[in-house]
Write a protein of this length. Structure first.
Length: 112
């Protein structure tokens, strides 16, 4: 699978957004993980994960971008385009880290 990572904040707390293309399962995925979960265990480590969605059908990139908007989060446009490209090219085995200015660094995997 491809993984595109972006660190940001949600309500003044650090989160890691991971979005990508799951080549074996043939769908886009999204998780938003809290990087400082409550120590009392009263909240999930995840602010959002597509695995908790009620739908059993894989959703689109647009659906997940809407979920981010609903949470008040944004990703760099370059990240959105890269996930769309991964889907179109059926890319796997790739991890890329993004910065707020849209620049990125390939951590491992397939490159263009």
């Amino acid at each position: 699978m491809s993984q595109h990572l972006f660190r940001t904040t949600h309500q003044h707390r650090p989160v890691l957004i991971t979005m990508g293309w799951d080549r074996p399962l043939q769908y886009v995925f999204l998780t938003v993980k809290r990087l400082d979960p409550a120590e009392d265990g009263r909240e999930s480590d995840y602010l959002y994960t597509n695995l908790d969605d009620e739908t059993t059908e894989p959703s689109s990139l647009e659906y997940y971008c809407a979920q981010l908007t609903r949470l008040g989060l944004e990703i760099p446009p370059s990240m959105r385009h890269a996930v769309a490209d991964d889907e179109a090219q059926n890319v796997g085995n790739k991890q890329v880290e993004y910065h707020a200015d849209g620049s990125c660094r390939v951590l491992y995997g397939e490159t263009d």
